[in-house]
Ligand binder design. Structure first.
Ligand code: PLP
Length: 363
């Protein structure tokens, strides 16, 4: 046996991760380009200092204060409100979803999504020994509802993972789709991953509204994107309290550090400021989509803070050409497509200049 004696199915695999390169314009991981203000950083520092004085003790395993604040935040998106018993948080929504698969997936069970979809999902399935099945999205990256319902009824997955807005396409799901798939899934969970939920366009509702109608619906969110706190590592979900209880069985003891809880709470108190650039970023997204289309490119409709565009005979050459000009985007999605995150106006100008130069060079 070769060393180290890693599980057979993991042997030779590369770890997941976008390149972390030190370049002037980084538009590859859908972060918010605007950092917290000095005042916000001071409040976080004060909260962390207070937490530091208690570091000899384990943190609140139930992170009640944080869950209460997150429930209040989510309640803005639904007339039904969200209670603290419905909320669960972990180190990034990645960890929330891994915990979901630990509790609801596993040997003999199946998780399912519809491609193109978030590339971490098959990894959660692999790591929890859950079978992985992938249906397909329609040409416009929306869901063909009849086909999706049939696929769910046929595969009987324990967990259906639906990003909305979808990564890497930006496509939001209509509430009818979520309702239909919750019914089709029967006893299985339907996880609507709203990592980019706050960027959705006017009139596009959050699946949080649908929670009272479907016991098997889970909505996940993160503070990494609109909330401008990717470095914090804080993701959360809203679901039936029985689902949160099931996660308690698999979570590690004290999984959310006192420092994380204090930082997240202080950041939530600055929600209006941290979310203050969302409108500007949505407008920047719409401008970028228009600009790319004006260059003759195809661009997927986006409700997120990124745009998927193409198609290129050699997308790697385009990606490399941009990188050579100091602009890092993401080579992801179906063949021929590239994804750009929305940055500051200056960063988007640099992206446009570099894209024009690369397209000129290639024509
Ligand atoms: C669709 C989607 N879900 C979840 C995540 C994970 O985010 P985090 O673990 O930072 O909360 C990402 C990150 O890019 C994402 O694109």
């Amino acid at each position: 046996m070769s060393f180290p004696p890693i599980r057979e199915e993991l042997r030779g695999l590369e770890p997941y991760g976008a390149p972390q390169l030190d370049v002037p314009v980084r538009l590859n991981t859908n972060e918010n380009p605007y950092g917290p203000s000095e005042a916000c950083a001071d409040d976080i520092a004060a909260a962390v200092r207070a937490a530091a004085l208690t570091l000899n003790r384990y943190p609140d395993r139930e992170h009640v204060a944080l869950r209460t604040a997150l429930a209040a935040y989510l309640s803005r998106d639904t007339p039904h409100g969200v209670s603290v018993e419905q909320v669960w948080a972990a180190n990034g929504s990645n960890e929330v979803m891994l915990q979901l698969l630990q509790a609801f997936g596993g040997p003999g069970r199946t998780a399912m999504s519809f491609a193109p979809t978030y590339s971490m999902y098959p990894e959660y399935a692999r790591d929890t020994s859950t079978a992985w099945v992938q249906g397909r999205r329609a040409e416009d990256f929306g869901l063909d509802l009849d086909a999706a319902r049939e696929a769910v009824e046929r595969e009987r997955p324990s967990v259906v993972l639906l990003p909305s807005p979808n990564n890497p396409t930006g496509t939001a799901l209509p509430p009818e789709a979520v309702g239909l798939l919750c019914k089709a899934a029967g006893d299985g969970l339907v996880v609507v991953d709203e990592a980019y939920g706050e960027f959705r366009r006017e009139g596009v509702p959050s699946a949080v509204e649908l929670l009272p109608a479907h016991r098997n619906l889970v909505v996940t969110r993160t503070m990494s994107k609109a909330f401008a706190a990717a470095g914090l590592r804080l993701g959360y979900l809203a679901a039936d309290p029985a689902i949160c209880d099931a996660i308690r069985v698999v979570r590690l003891p004290y999984h959310l550090s006192a420092v994380t809880q204090a930082t997240a709470l202080a950041a939530l108190e600055h929600a209006p400021e941290l979310l203050g650039k969302v409108d500007e970023l949505r407008a920047g997204r719409d401008r970028t989509v228009d600009w790319l289309r004006a260059q003759g490119l195809t661009v997927a409709e986006s409700d997120a803070n990124f745009a998927l565009f193409g198609t290129f005979a050699d997308r790697h050459a385009v990606w490399q050409g941009l990188l050579d000009r100091g602009v890092l985007i993401r080579e992801v999605g179906p063949d021929g497509w590239l994804r750009v995150s929305i940055g500051t106006p200056e960063e988007m100008q640099a992206f446009e200049d570099a894209t024009s130069a690369v397209m000129e060079e290639m024509s």
